[in-house]
Design a protein around this ligand. Structure first.
Ligand code: ADP
Length: 854
């Protein structure tokens, strides 16, 4: 804007009586738009025609340019009155700025322009109408119509305006007080218009023309407001619910920020991203994670999929892609010590573990077989595995596979499923937090397959060094390298493990312990641990060897030491209660007396004079309570055992009681709990010669029963078995054989000789020997075939207090595995034929032979 500073200075600022000034629009020569310059009217403001001074900026003058050349003055202008004038601070350059608020009064026409003064002046003629002229125009029907039309449009604009800005009143007043043609000027001046339009409005001296132009402009303005409103409405309508929520949430976030609450999603995401960056994923997986993260960032927290996407990324960030326990130099000697200090006995097993560790030390990436500890519960399989981890200095994790039938348990569900999860391996690795733990696959023999897939095949991939570099969990959906994990497996039996899986493993058998071994384990490991777990020490509880022996004999009859440990824990609990009670009821007098008499004795010895001394003694005085405690540790004896553990659960008389009647024999079977003593009962009743079997039996055992019965019937004629009173002992009779005790499923052919013995005992009416147990498969022709699990069976017989065991002759070789302490306390009888078995099973030999001899 060009300011005519001199004019303002002289005419408005310095002069007392301010005159009117004239404003003329100008254009520069290049047809660029510009705004008005200033005219100053003479002091007589009332004059219709007057001398006008026109001011221009000094700047232009100084530049020495010809005013006329630079500017083109418009012919129509506006006379204006200054309403407000303010002067800015003088700048160092000497320039001063003025701010002038002007009120336009009337249009004028320039008749003669003088640009040679300090500022321009002009001779002008006002373009305002006289009163008479005005009155005349007001009569004009066209003018009236236009006025009305303008009023309507203006009213409309005002109401739209008021609605939008929730204001009312003030502009509306103008409508009623100001004549329409003036209103037109006021309205139009407030709109943004092109310079040309402004000029044409200024030039519209004729009121009708002016009004119709104003109507057009106001109307245009109104329309544009309406269109804008429509668009906003449409856009607002399209804002979906979630977008609104988003807006609200943004606001809430802002509020929270103000309040200093930081636990908000965005921060969470930032934390997640940081965690992801710290996870050191392989580059391709990092890219994948980034993609997913970008997707997550675009989602609203309420959106379905947000949580699942987040949980997935959390998993990616949590998984130990590179993080590993520091691999320390393996010290074989230390490893040996560690194994020895944790486990009693198990010499061969420990030796094998040391070999395994030594190979690992020499060739860390050796693809050795996976160790698989096989044995009954409680023989230390798990604790051996954790000792391996300790020896390697790695973290230990256990994955229980018992009862896993679904492949997804191992491999996870695809993320498309609702509530999908990673498999146990990946989940375990996330928890353990390192990529090279010792991972125990517990009870690998208990996985089964069904319609949901075969977990064994997934395990095969896990254990195969060729494949486990890129283990594919369905949920994770990117390969994870399992090759650094050391796998160890456990099983109760090797037989149910699918052969391909077994092929990858090296089976190490843990047969179960002899009572002596158990005693040693209890004294050296279990008792100290149990005491420690219960906050006790030998000062409170002592369990002498004899009592431990009794517990082993009478309260536990197991291959491992788990129940033994449980019973010891029961004793410790009882002791803990006693100690806790005692602490409250320490007989104070006793303590005080002891201490006082001690004091007295000392004083007397010193020969000093007796003085009464008050010693503050409280229950909490550690000296006193310790004295008392040490005075009476709880020593477990037989009576106390019965009190705490109840009456003995097993005794040596059981076998004798069970076989007291003919028809019962003592067998040895093999279950998942190790070897077991199994009684077989047979009875006969009137019937059609049928064989009935009860107990949890498999098909093979049913066949064995058939074979046994057939053999006995065949021999019955040979040996004239039924001689006594009824030749047709087997005719017209049903035989019922029962395997009592337990819901443990039994199968396998090793009960053959036991079945025969039971039948012979029944039919010969002679009881078997209570001290003799047997095992062996038999053929139809009466040969005794070798069986498995000999060691476990002998141990079971030993636990049971059985003194003689009849074994198939060809099982002789298995006896080397049996601890000598057990063997030496037992008589092992080897049988080739069923007749040999029978000969040994009865007191005084086989009843048939006796009979036939007769
Ligand atoms: P499993 O895994 O074979 O069922 P665990 O490893 O859980 O058996 O062992 C049961 C308990 O018996 C553990 O507390 C273990 O320390 C202890 N244990 C087993 N065998 C021995 C042993 N030879 N020496 C010391 N403690 C043993």
């Amino acid at each position: 804007m060009m300011t005519t500073v001199k004019l303002v200075e002289q005419e408005l600022w310095q002069r007392e009586e301010k005159g009117l000034i004239g404003i003329l629009p100008v254009r520069d020569a290049a047809e660029m738009t510009s705004v008005g310059s200033m005219l100053s009217q003479g002091s007589d403001s009332g004059e219709r025609s007057s001398k006008i001074q026109v001011g221009t900026s000094d700047a232009h003058r100084h530049e020495g340019k010809n005013q006329q050349e630079v500017f083109q003055w418009h012919k129509t202008g506006v006379a204006a009155r200054a309403l407000n004038l303010s002067r800015g601070v003088e700048k160092p350059s000497g320039r001063v700025t003025y701010t002038v608020v002007l009120e336009g009064l009337c249009r004028f026409n320039v008749e003669e322009l003088n640009t040679r003064g300090i500022y321009c002046t002009a001779k002008v003629s006002p373009l305002e109408m006289t009163k008479a002229e005005m009155e005349q125009v007001e009569q004009d029907p066209d003018f009236i119509t236009l006025s009305r039309q303008f009023n309507t449009t203006a009213t409309e604009l005002i109401s739209v305006f008021e609605q939008k800005h929730k204001t009312s009143g003030r502009i509306r007043v103008l409508l009623d007080t100001v004549p329409p043609h003036k209103l037109a000027d006021i309205f139009v001046a407030s709109f943004e218009m092109s310079f040309e339009e402004q000029l044409s409005m200024l030039d519209s001296v004729d009121l009708k023309v002016r009004l119709s132009k104003a109507i057009e402009i106001v109307d245009r303005h109104l329309q544009s407001i309406r269109v804008a409103e429509k668009i906003t409405q449409k856009v607002e309508g399209r804002l979906s619910k979630s977008q609104k929520e988003y807006l609200l949430r943004q606001q809430m976030r802002a509020i929270k920020e103000e309040l200093g609450d930081n636990d908000d999603d965005e921060d969470d995401l930032v934390a997640l991203e940081r965690k992801m960056q710290g996870a050191r994923m392989p580059s391709n997986i990092w890219k994948h994670a980034q993609k997913e993260f970008r997707r997550l960032k675009k989602m609203q927290p309420q959106q379905p999929g947000y949580n699942s996407s987040r949980a997935y990324l959390e998993l990616l960030a949590d998984l130990p892609w590179q993080k590993a326990s520091e691999e320390q130099e393996l010290d074989i000697k230390a490893a040996k010590d560690c194994l020895d200090s944790d486990h009693y006995g198990l010499i061969k097993v420990k030796q094998r573990i040391i070999e395994y560790l030594a190979v690992r030390k020499l060739k860390p990436d050796a693809r050795g077989p996976v160790l698989c500890f096989v044995g009954p519960p409680g023989v230390g399989k798990t604790s051996l595995a954790s000792s391996i981890a300790a020896a390697l200095g790695r973290k230990f994790m256990r994955i229980s596979l018992g009862g896993v039938k679904d492949e997804a348990d191992i491999r996870g569900h695809r993320r498309t499923y609702i509530g999908s999860m990673p498999g146990r391996l990946i989940d375990g690795l996330k928890k353990v937090g390192v990529c090279n733990p010792v991972m125990l696959l517990d009870e690998i023999d208990k996985t089964g397959s069904d319609v949901r897939g075969d977990p064994a095949s997934a395990l095969l991939e896990v254990l195969d060094p060729e494949q486990n570099k890129t283990f594919n969990d369905h949920y994770l959906n990117v390969p994870f390298d399992l090759s650094k994990v050391v796998f160890v497996a456990t099983a109760n039996r090797a037989q149910p493990i699918p052969p391909p899986l077994l092929d990858r493993m090296e089976v190490i058998e843990l047969p179960g312990y002899t009572p002596e071994e158990k005693l040693n384990i209890a004294m050296r490991h279990l008792i100290p641990r149990v005491l420690d777990q219960h906050g006790l020490s030998p000062e409170f509880l002592q369990i002498p060897e004899d009592s431990v022996k009794l517990i082993i004999q009478r309260y536990t009859r197991e291959a491992g030491v788990r129940n033994l440990e449980r019973n010891l824990a029961a004793l410790a609990r009882a002791a803990a209660v006693r100690v806790a009670e005692q602490e409250l009821t320490v007989p104070l007098n006793q303590g005080v007396e002891k201490l006082a008499s001690q004091l007295l004795a000392n004083r007397l010895a010193e020969g000093a004079e007796m003085e009464m001394e008050v010693i503050p003694i409280g229950v909490n005085n550690p000296e006193i309570s310790n004295t008392f405690r040490i005075a009476s540790p709880l020593i477990v004896d037989e009576g106390m055992l019965e009190k705490i553990l109840g009456p003995p659960r097993f005794d040596d008389r059981e076998a004798a009681d069970r076989v007291a009647t003919p028809g019962v024999s003592v067998g040895l079977v093999w279950t998942t709990f190790g070897g077991e003593v199994q009684f077989v009962e047979a009875t006969a009743m009137v019937g059609k010669g049928e064989l009935r079997l009860t107990g949890q039996l498999g098909d093979v055992i049913k066949e064995s029963a058939q074979i046994a019965l057939t053999w006995v019937r065949a021999r019955a004629a040979d040996f004239k078995l039924a001689a006594a009173e009824d030749l047709n002992l087997l005719e017209g009779r049903d035989i019922h054989i029962h395997f009592p005790a337990g819901a443990v499923p039994k199968d396998g052919p090793s009960a053959g000789v036991t079945l025969v013995t039971a039948l012979v005992s029944l039919l010969g009416r002679k009881s078997v020997r209570a001290d003799t147990a047997m095992t062996g498969e038999m053929t139809l022709r009466g040969l005794v075939l070798p069986v498995g699990g000999v060691k476990d069976k002998i141990l079971a017989a030993h636990r049971y207090g059985i003194k003689r065991v009849i074994l198939p002759e060809r099982n002789l070789k298995d006896l080397v595995e049996v601890p000598t302490a057990v063997l030496s306390s037992m008589e092992i009888i080897l049988a080739k034929r069923v007749e040999d078995v029978l000969e040994q099973a009865f007191e005084g030999g086989c009843p048939w032979r006796q009979h036939s001899k007769l």
